[in-house]
Design a protein around this ligand. Structure first.
Ligand code: ZN
Ligand code: ZN
Length: 137
């Protein structure tokens, strides 16, 4: 398995996962666009059980998902990097922002969610599994 370690731009927040990822997914929802300042966020989903964070500067924005349930968006209060999210609708896992991995080269997102709000210029890989909104919806 690839080593799953990463952190924010300034290094104030560092994390690692002792377990292999469950999946990698691109989220095109409007909240991820806002938070990332980009067209989408790329998430590596790992089990919460093996996930640990060492953080001097971790802050949390309490967001609410389309489900009406809480989405805790954790970021670095020093450099502003979005680092990971906990989604109440999907307990037991943590969604890491793939760009915060020390080595993101192995990430191969195979699922796209919230395609209904994807930017029109973003290409989706052939054979990618797409959901217009959340997979559960
Ligand atoms: Zn930072
Ligand atoms: Zn999203």
């Amino acid at each position: 398995m690839n080593e799953i370690k990463g952190g924010c731009l300034c290094g104030g927040v560092r994390y690692e996962s002792a377990q292999a990822p469950v999946m990698s997914a691109v989220c095109h929802c409007s909240h991820c666009q806002k938070q990332s300042g980009s067209a989408f966020s790329t998430n590596v989903v790992v089990p919460a059980a093996g996930f640990s964070v060492a953080a001097k500067t971790l802050a949390t924005y309490d967001d609410v998902g389309d489900s009406g349930l809480a989405v805790k968006r954790h970021f670095c209060s020093n450099c502003g990097s979005p680092v990971y999210s906990e989604v109440q609708a999907h307990p037991g896992v943590v969604a890491l922002k793939a760009g915060t991995l020390d080595d993101p080269s192995w990430v191969q997102p195979n699922v796209h969610i919230w395609r209904c709000s994807a930017q029109p210029w973003v290409p989706l890989a052939d054979g990618a599994v797409c959901f217009e909104r959340n997979p559960d919806a």
